[in-house]
Design a protein around this ligand. Structure first.
Ligand code: ZN
Length: 299
């Protein structure tokens, strides 16, 4: 592991849920390592991941970042078991996309949307635009907000057992906060995925262009590294501007506007649920969601 760049606060070296390894002068591997929760994402997990991305972005030698996961599954999505240690996390890591007032318990929609603007959509957009090539290496289940870790990456490599799903319509909302489904699959398959909550296999995801390569589980790490090494032979600035050019093409087609609309509708869903059920998600849907995520330990 290389020395920490001076611009990165020392606190970023003490990560609990994320591993950071410089495995080659030009390649960093960031590993999701909250395996006892199937890499479910709480506030600390997300801020630590953001800090790891920042560290890699600020390393002048790094060209490619691999986002991998330890454990059976890539990610079970957001940790719905409750809010913990937000104040400690905010003290350790800087805000990046919203106001302190919104993050520190502003009442009503202000606090709710402020948190999601920063820790959900804000982080995803930052990671999508990071000036390095990023490759997600996905095994097992990638549920709901798990997609919000894989989708911001430039490329996705998957194992044969990988499955991608978004079960949030059952919760009364219109998909996860980072709403890329139509861009990843096309509009009809996006609707099918969302309306049913059914998972998409690695093979189908490859056919639809979301996944670049599919390998047996025991080859996933080595093959992902091979791909990273191949890309790392290209000139760094050319990789950066190529990424910017392709991302600009997607945004010229209206991605960011569509994302903004979907996020506003997502909060309409949260607001409706809060008025009707007293909770920001439909409690009836929690059973479906918990079923989907609890099964993952047994498969
Ligand atoms: Zn939400």
């Amino acid at each position: 592991m290389s020395a920490v760049p001076a611009a990165v606060p020392a606190s970023h070296t003490a990560l609990q849920h994320i591993l950071y390894d410089k495995i080659d002068p030009a390649i960093v591997r960031i590993t999701l390592n909250r395996t006892d929760k199937h890499n479910a994402q709480d506030t600390r997990f997300l801020y630590e991941l953001n800090a790891a991305y920042d560290r890699a972005a600020q390393d002048v030698d790094v060209k490619v970042i691999i986002l991998a996961a330890n454990g059976k599954h890539f990610s079970a999505g957001h940790d719905l078991s409750g809010v913990r240690e937000k104040d400690t996390v905010y003290a350790q890591f800087p805000h990046v996309g919203t106001t302190a007032r919104a993050l520190q318990g502003a009442p009503g929609v202000e606090g709710r949307i402020g948190y999601e603007e920063e820790a959900y959509v804000g982080f995803c957009e930052r990671w999508r635009n990071i000036p390095k090539v990023t490759i997600a290496s996905v095994q097992g289940k990638c549920i709901a907000a798990g997609l919000m870790l894989a989708w911001p990456c430039d490329l996705i490599v998957a194992s044969e057992d990988a499955q991608f799903s978004d079960v949030t319509v059952a919760l009364g909302i219109c998909g996860v906060e980072y709403f890329q489904h139509p861009w990843e699959f096309g509009t009809r398959r996006a609707k099918h995925m969302l309306y049913t909550g059914d998972a998409i296999s690695a093979q189908d995801a490859q056919q639809m262009g979301m996944v670049s390569e599919v390998y047996p589980r025991d080859e996933l790490a080595a093959r992902t590294l091979e791909l990273a090494q191949k890309i790392a032979r290209q000139p760094q600035f050319a990789l950066k501007i190529t990424k910017m050019a392709v991302n600009a093409a997607e945004d010229a087609k209206g991605r960011l506007n569509a994302q903004s609309t979907a996020f506003a509708l997502h909060h309409l869903g949260h607001g409706h649920a809060k008025e009707v059920y007293g909770a920001i998600i439909n409690p009836a849907g929690m059973h479906a969601s918990v079923r989907a995520t609890s099964k993952i330990g047994k498969t």
